[in-house]
Design a protein around this ligand. Structure first.
Ligand SMILES: NC(=O)c1ccc[n+]([C@@H]2O[C@H](COP(=O)([O-])OP(=O)(O)OC[C@H]3O[C@@H](n4cnc5c(N)ncnc54)[C@H](OP(=O)(O)O)[C@@H]3O)[C@@H](O)[C@H]2O)c1
Length: 317
């Protein structure tokens, strides 16, 4: 089985992970189905999909609980990654940043309980809190690692300056930021820094929140509760303009008798040996399809064509 390493922690995982956000949050709510999601979670390790990513922010803590229940008694088959520093609050459960060390320490105990484990494999600062120096938040993650409550620590959506600052305090094992065929903002700084420093880069939204799979033709719209309904990259105009990107992906997929999702993931695996995409799905057949992308080998000219894709229309947030 192919594996990738999570920084200096020594933890190894399959090259394609599983993002669990959509099982409980963010997208088509009517399609959320805990029984089917549990089947996805339980099948994943047999396909080599061992890195399982969640957060307290997903579905008002429900996503962590779903995962805790799914792996009860099978804990050793997976590497559980969760987050801290971003929590649902208030009557509408808006996500609020809270990077105070005491919140992070208490949040770790809460995640341990919901995940039904005595150690969290990967604990990541979900967002830097602009009201708390990032060094202070990171100090709490380092303390949890030293105490043996977490095995590896990471940071999400951090700038190169923030990455350098915290790495000097205690080494980063993983960076988790959006990276895909249509989101490459880190390629000139954080991404090369991660490979030079032996830090894993978990690429979130590797399928462009579904768009890169080619399943959103011109005219696609979203329900009010779907995050994409408020995203500049998913307006009717942006979806139309961005079809040029999926057309190229589809053409390459057809040449391999593969799917567009598989090409999007296989391309990420070419970006560097430290890159680990964490596609999200709540459907067993897509879990299998995405896992099989680890075996798809793109030619050098295909990789070049994908590297040269135009920038997308619409900001990502
Ligand atoms: N750190 C952060 O701030 C942050 C932010 C966002 C996400 N994340 C993490 O990254 C993970 C992945 O991101 P994401 O789920 O938002 O986006 P994504 O992986 O780019 O795309 C997920 C979407 O694509 C669909 N999909 C999955 N496989 C497919 C396939 N083979 N063919 C067609 N459609 C497919 C899914 O629908 P179905 O579910 O119906 O299959 C879902 O709508 C999340 O689950 C979360 O763990 C982290």
């Amino acid at each position: 089985m192919q594996t990738r390493v999570l920084g200096s922690s020594g933890i190894t995982v399959g090259p394609i992970g599983l993002g669990c956000m959509g099982m409980s949050y963010a997208y088509d709510k009517a399609e959320q189905d805990d029984a089917r999601s549990t089947a996805v979670l339980q099948e994943a390790p047999s396909l080599g999909v061992t890195l399982i990513d969640t957060a307290p922010a997903y579905g008002v803590y429900r996503n962590e609980s779903l995962i805790g229940a799914a792996y009860e008694g099978r804990r050793d088959e997976v590497v559980l990654a969760t987050k801290c520093g971003l929590y649902p609050e208030g009557p509408d459960n808006a996500l609020i940043r809270d990077g105070r060390p005491e919140t992070i320490i208490a949040g770790c105990d809460d995640s341990l309980r919901r995940l039904r484990v005595d150690v969290i494999d990967v604990f990541q600062l979900h967002r830097v809190d602009e009201n708390v120096p990032v060094e202070e938040s990171w100090g709490a993650l380092a303390e949890l690692k030293a105490a043996g409550k977490v095995r590896a620590i990471g940071i999400s959506e951090a700038t190169i300056d923030q990455v350098r600052a915290v790495h000097a305090i205690s080494p980063i094992d993983v960076i988790q930021s959006e990276l895909s065929l249509w989101t490459r903002q880190w390629v000139n700084d954080v991404l090369p820094w991660s490979s030079e420093n032996g830090v894993a880069f978990l690429s979130y939204c590797p399928l462009g929140r579904g768009f890169l799979t080619g399943s959103m033709p011109v005219g696609t719209t979203f329900d009010k509760g779907d995050l994409r309904a408020r995203s500049p990259r998913f307006t009717v105009e942006a979806i139309e303009a961005n079809q040029a990107i999926v057309d190229v992906v589809r053409e390459i997929a057809e040449a391999h008798d593969a799917t567009s999702a598989q090409v999007a993931l296989a391309w990420l695996l070419t970006v560097g040996p430290n890159v680990i995409p964490i596609p999200g799905t709540k459907r067993p057949e897509r879990l299998r399809e995405n896992a099989a992308a680890a075996d798809l080998v793109l030619t050098a000219s295909e990789v070049q064509r994908l590297n040269d894709l135009p920038a997308p229309a619409g900001e990502r947030y």
